[in-house]
Design a binder for this molecule. Structure first.
Ligand code: AMP
Length: 527
């Protein structure tokens, strides 16, 4: 029998869950942890380390250790190791592969399928990259679902009274706020807003900046270029931050941090919660905009909400909880461990897909508007932000020049009125348009988005029937060949890694319209 797992592929930590006796159970990793650091390292001897072993050696191997890769998903960023460039999805696949093999070891069955969660604000390119990462890791990715939807499932909201809730998710690197409409057997995401670049890492960096200043004032030494010292400072800052969620003061002690003219220099200081709150107040304030926007997009007031769920490790910060209370006027719910509830919900969604659970239907929404570029750099929206998925919408466009027989379609995602202010997801060309004066041809452009949030676009000349379509794979994404190559690589390394592990164990006995454009002659416009 093969098992489906639910995976919360987090910026900082990842978590896995599977269904056991009708309940979602967290899978501990090989190191015994309930969450796994989303960190990958390449040791000097070519060994790959994933999770806690990678995090632990990050100080001594900082340039070959990669974390917060989720922030780069769907981008062109490459991680170069020994002359080989790795795409973010390849690094993420290494994490997923470990999660899969740890789950197999724990469950005692092969794991073939997975439901993987993504922040609700993730763009199409980022969702595609996440799916590709799963495929590279040897997983059959049954569905990509939004993290807040997943959290609501874990909280059992599918069984309760109809209500509207807010999911406030502040993790290590991303912030999402979502408004969900819970009905008897559907959970609909009414609105999502957030910031892909706000999370616990930023709180750590504020403390690091404070410690750097302190050290500079005391010893006149700038440690910001010292990789080793920076890694130690970052780790100490995160630990102090976590301590300050429970205590009013945290001691930071970093002996031998630098070498001064008269010997080694140490950093020893106490940070109070009120000082930490001062240093990070701008980050806490930054949650306000998305909270108000999500409520506004959903057409609700805070008083319409029944509950507010806290998700993500950074919601343990007392000042963050205070901000949620003051913005919503509600005492937030924290009944389920905020680090685990997303993975648990993903596995419950897996239960829906495999038929183990049959009471829930999930409706997600598109996080950003989608459309095409038309004459004069105008963005023509075809699907509005927050439209429930799956969805399909068409609009008819025409040509901008006489006797134009082809048009370039630039597929765009974003909220800006001007095409150039939005992100181009891809281009394609529709040829074979009937020769006619400008404004006569009718070109129907259809966008459809599937339940995973993956976008398909087609264009058709209504008189000739000539058509063309693409499935969007953003510029940062990998071609089918690249994915296949990465899968082969991953398989090869899996075997090498297995051999290494076994050797170690036996040694130690221990585990972008019609219309382009802008583009004058080649463009088209709405009819
Ligand atoms: P997640 O992405 O949900 O795993 O959240 C990870 C983030 O939560 C990291 O930045 C952690 O430092 C942070 N975190 C975990 N526990 C705490 C805590 N008790 N207080 C403050 N931040 C925490």
């Amino acid at each position: 029998m093969s098992v489906l797992i639910g995976i919360d592929l987090g910026t900082t930590n990842s978590c896995v869950s599977f269904m056991e006796n009708g309940r979602a159970v967290i899978v501990p990793n090989a190191e015994g942890g309930r969450t796994t650091p989303s960190v990958v390292a390449f040791s000097r001897n070519g060994e790959r380390l994933v999770g806690m072993p990678a995090k632990r050696q990050a100080v001594t191997n900082a340039s070959r250790t990669f974390s917060s890769v989720k922030r780069e998903m769907g981008s062109d960023r490459r991680y170069n190791v020994d002359g080989k460039p790795y795409a973010p999805q390849e690094i993420s696949a290494m994490i997923l592969r470990k999660l899969k093999s740890d789950a197999e070891a724990y469950i005692g069955e092969p794991v073939s399928d997975a439901v993987i969660t993504v922040p609700a604000y993730f763009s199409d390119a980022q969702r595609q990259a996440t799916r590709d990462a799963g495929v590279i890791a040897g997983l059959n990715v049954r569905r990509i679902i939004n993290e807040p939807t997943s959290a609501a499932l874990a909280y059992g909201f599918d069984k309760g009274q109809p209500c509207k809730i807010m999911v406030f998710d502040l993790g290590g690197g991303t912030f999402d706020v979502s408004i969900l409409d819970i009905n008897r057997d559907t959970i609909e995401v009414l609105a999502t807003a957030g910031n892909n670049h706000l999370g616990g890492d930023d709180f750590d960096q504020c403390l690091v900046g404070y410690l750097l200043d302190l050290f500079r004032r005391e010893h006149n030494i700038d440690l910001s270029k010292d990789v080793m010292a920076m890694q130690r400072l970052t780790e100490a800052a995160e630990k102090a931050k976590i301590d300050l969620s429970a205590a009013q003061e945290a001691v930071i002690s970093l002996p031998f941090l630098a070498q001064g003219s008269s010997g080694p220099l140490h950093l020893e200081t106490t940070v109070t919660r009120s000082r930490f709150n001062e240093l990070t107040s701008h980050l806490v304030s930054a949650v306000k905009g998305p909270v108000l926007q999500a409520l506004d997009d959903a057409g609700l007031k805070a008083s319409d909400l029944s509950r507010v769920l806290l998700v993500g490790g950074s919601t343990r910060i007392p000042a963050v909880q205070d901000a949620v209370r003051s913005l919503t006027g509600k005492e937030p719910s924290r009944d389920i461990n905020p680090d685990e509830c997303v993975a648990m919900g993903a596995c419950l969604q897996g239960g829906v897909l495999t038929g183990t659970i049959n009471s829930i239907v999930l409706i997600d929404v598109t996080p950003l508007s989608l459309g095409i570029e038309t004459l004069g750099d105008v963005f023509a929206k075809i699907i509005d932000r927050n439209t429930p998925l799956p969805c399909q919408h068409s609009q008819v466009f025409t040509t901008a020049a006489n006797f134009q027989t082809s048009v370039e379609i630039n597929v765009l995602q974003g909220e800006r009125e001007m095409a150039s202010g939005n992100k181009s997801l891809g281009h394609f060309r529709l040829e074979g348009i009937r020769r006619a004066l400008r404004g006569i041809p009718q070109i129907e452009v259809t966008f459809s988005i599937d339940t995973n949030g993956i976008v398909h676009v087609s264009a058709r000349d209504l008189s000739t029937g000539s058509s063309q379509n693409i499935t969007i794979s953003g510029s940062g994404n990998m071609s089918r060949e690249e994915i296949d190559r990465a899968i082969r690589d991953a398989d090869r390394y899996a075997e090498e890694d297995r051999q290494r592990r076994e050797a170690r164990q036996s040694e130690s006995r221990s585990p972008k319209s019609t219309g382009s454009s802008g583009a004058g002659d080649d463009g088209a416009y709405d009819v």
